[in-house]
Design a protein around this ligand. Structure first.
Ligand code: TRP
Length: 459
C-alpha cells in the first residue's frame, strides 16, 4: 500500500481530486467530436435508424457495464492504465500499453478534425459561413480540407492547444470552464435540434434517424455501432481507468458510471436531430461522410434568426468539447511516460505531440492530395486510423477489460470495491452476469469479424 501511495504522490493526481472534477473530466472526455461530428455521419453511412438501434443495445449491454468496470479498476488501484492492470496482474499491464498506442492513432485523426473546427470558428467570426446554399458550403469545406498547407497548419494549432492544457496539468480553469461550457453546449445543441426538426422537409430525416430498417443491418453496421460505443464513451484505452484513479475511496462510483454514458448519449442523439433532418431538408446526402456537420449546420444557422451568433457559439463550443476529449487521450500517453519511464511531464508531452503530429499529417493529407492513397484495401490513412482504433484497438481494449475485471481480478472483488463505504449496488448480480458472460463473447465475436474484414481488405 505504501508503495502505491508513494507512486501516487509523484503523479500530481490532485488535479481531479474533487468528485465534481472527476465527473466533469470524464464527461468532458466522453462528449466530443465522437458525438457531434462522428455519430451523425456514422448514422448516415450505416443505414440510419438500424444503426441507432444497435448502438443503443450495445450501449446498455456493453458500454454501461464496461464504464463501471473501468472506473472501479482505476479507483481500486489508484494508478493510471498501465499500472492499474499491472498492479493486479503483472502480465496484464500490456493492456494499458495497448491504450497508449491507441491514443496516438486516435489523436492523429482527431486532430485533423479539431483543426477543421478551429478554422470554422474563425470563419464563423468573420461571417464567412452565413450561406444558405449547401453547394457553396460544400465547396468551402472541400476547398479547405483539401488544401494541404492550411489544414495541416490548423491541425498543428489544435495539437498545440491540447499540449498547452496538458502541460499545465489540468487546472481548475478547465474544470470551471467545463462547468459553464458543457451545459452551454447542451442548450445550444438542443436549440439547433429544434430548428433542424422544424425545417420544411425535415420529416424524412427524422424517419431516417429513428425508424430502423432491418434490411440495412449487416456485420459492418454491427461492427461500426460497437466501435462507436467505445469511441464515444472513451472506453477501451484506459481513459476511464486513469480518471477513475483520481477518485477517493468514499466516492460513489455508480452515479458517474451511469450518468456519463447517459449524458454522452443524449448529446449524440441531439446531434443526430440537429444534423440529419437538416440534411434532408436542404437536399444534402446523409451518406456524405465526415463533412456532414461542417456543411449542413452552417446552412441551418443561416436559416435561423441570430444565425451568425449561433454559428460562432456553436463552433467555439465544439472546439471546447473536442479539447476536453483530446486532453484525455494525450493524458493517458503522457502519464505513462511520466509514471513508468520517469520522463519529465513537459518533455513527455512535447515529445508525444510531435510524434502525433507526424502520425497525423498523413490523416490530414488523405482529405486532400492523398485521398486515394489507399494503405489497406480501399482505406486511406484517415479511414485506416479510424477503423484501426474504433474497430480493432478499442474493441480489443474493451474485451480485455471485461475479461480482466470479470475473471482475472474477479467480479466479486470489483463489487466489493464498488460497495465500499456502505454503497448498495442492487444490480450487482446483473452487472456480474453481463461483465462475465455477455460482454466478453459478444465483443469477441465482433472483434473476430473486424479482423476478418481487415484480412479480406488486404487481399
Ligand atoms: N469520446 C471522445 C469523443 O466522443 C473521444 C475520446 C476521448 C476517446 N478520449 C478517448 C475515444 C479515448 C476513445 C478512447 O469525441
Amino acid at each position: 500500500m505504501s508503495l502505491v501511495t508513494a507512486k501516487n504522490k509523484e503523479k500530481k493526481r490532485d488535479q481531479w481530486g474533487s468528485k465534481i472534477g472527476f465527473v466533469l473530466a470524464a464527461a468532458g472526455s466522453a462528449v466530443g467530436l465522437g458525438n457531434l461530428w462522428k455519430f451523425p455521419y456514422s448514422v448516415g453511412n450505416n443505414g440510419g435508424g438500424a444503426f441507432v438501434m444497435i448502438y443503443m443495445i450495445f450501449l446498455i449491454l456493453i458500454g454501461l457495464p464496461l464504464m463501471l468496470a473501468a472506473i472501479t479498476l482505476g479507483r481500486k488501484t489508484q494508478l493510471s492504465a498501465v499500472g492499474a492492470y499491472g498492479s493486479i496482474k503483472k502480465k496484464w499491464s500490456f493492456v494499458g500499453g495497448l491504450g497508449v498506442i491507441c491514443g496516438f492513432f486516435i489523436l492523429a485523426f482527431y486532430s485533423t478534425v479539431g483543426g477543421w473546427v478551429i478554422y470554422y470558428c474563425l470563419k464563423a467570426f468573420t461571417g464567412g459561413l452565413a450561406i444558405k446554399d449547401p453547394e457553396v458550403l460544400g465547396g468551402i469545406f472541400g476547398g479547405f480540407i483539401s488544401s494541404p498547407v492550411s489544414s495541416i497548419m490548423y491541425q498543428g494549432i489544435f495539437l498545440i492547444l491540447t499540449l498547452l492544457i496538458v502541460i499545465r496539468g489540468i487546472s481548475s480553469g478547465i474544470e470551471k470552464a467545463s462547468k459553464i461550457m458543457m451545459p452551454a453546449l447542451f442548450v445550444m445543441i438542443m436549440l439547433i435540434a429544434i430548428r433542424s426538426v422544424t425545417l420544411p422537409g425535415a420529416s424524412e430525416g427524422i424517419a431516417f434517424f429513428l425508424l430502423p430498417d432491418f434490411s440495412k443491418i449487416n456485420m459492418d453496421v454491427i461492427m461500426n455501432a460497437l466501435g462507436q460505443v467505445f469511441f464515444s464513451l472513451s472506453i477501451g484505452m484506459g481513459v476511464m481507468v486513469t480518471y477513475g484513479s483520481y477518485l477517493d475511496k468514499d466516492a460513489n462510483l455508480l452515479g458517474p458510471a451511469a450518468s456519463i454514458p447517459v449524458l454522452d448519449t443524449m448529446v449524440a442523439i441531439l446531434a443526430g436531430f440537429a444534423t440529419l433532418p437538416a440534411v434532408f431538408a436542404i437536399g444534402f446526402k446523409a451518406s456524405s461522410g465526415p463533412g456532414l456537420m461542417f456543411v449542413t449546420l452552417p446552412a441551418v444557422f443561416a436559416s435561423m434568426p441570430f444565425g451568425k451568433l449561433f454559428c460562432i457559439l456553436f463552433f467555439v463550443l465544439v472546439l471546447f468539447a473536442a479539447l476536453t476529449s483530446s486532453i484525455s487521450m494525450l493524458e493517458v500517453c503522457v502519464s505513462y511516460f511520466v509514471d513508468e519511464k520517469g520522463v519529465n511531464r513537459t518533455k513527455a508531452a512535447v515529445m508525444i505531440i510531435m510524434v502525433m503530429y507526424i502520425v497525423g499529417i498523413p490523416a490530414c493529407l488523405s482529405m486532400g492530395p492523398w485521398q486515394d492513397l489507399h494503405i489497406l484495401g480501399n482505406l486511406n490513412f484517415f479511414d485506416f486510423y479510424d477503423k484501426l482504433t474504433s474497430n480493432i484497438l478499442l474493441t480489443s481494449g474493451g474485451l480485455l477489460l471485461s475479461i480482466f475485471v470479470g475473471w482475472v481480478w474477479g467480479a466479486d472483488h470489483a463489487i466489493e470495491e464498488i460497495e465500499k463505504m456502505g454503497v448498495k449496488f442492487t444490480l450487482a448480480p446483473l452487472w456480474k452476469f453481463l461483465i462475465k458472460y455477455i460482454v466478453p463473447p459478444a465483443v469477441f465475436i465482433i472483434l473476430i469479424n473486424s479482423f476478418k474484414s481487415v484480412i479480406e481488405a488486404m487481399f
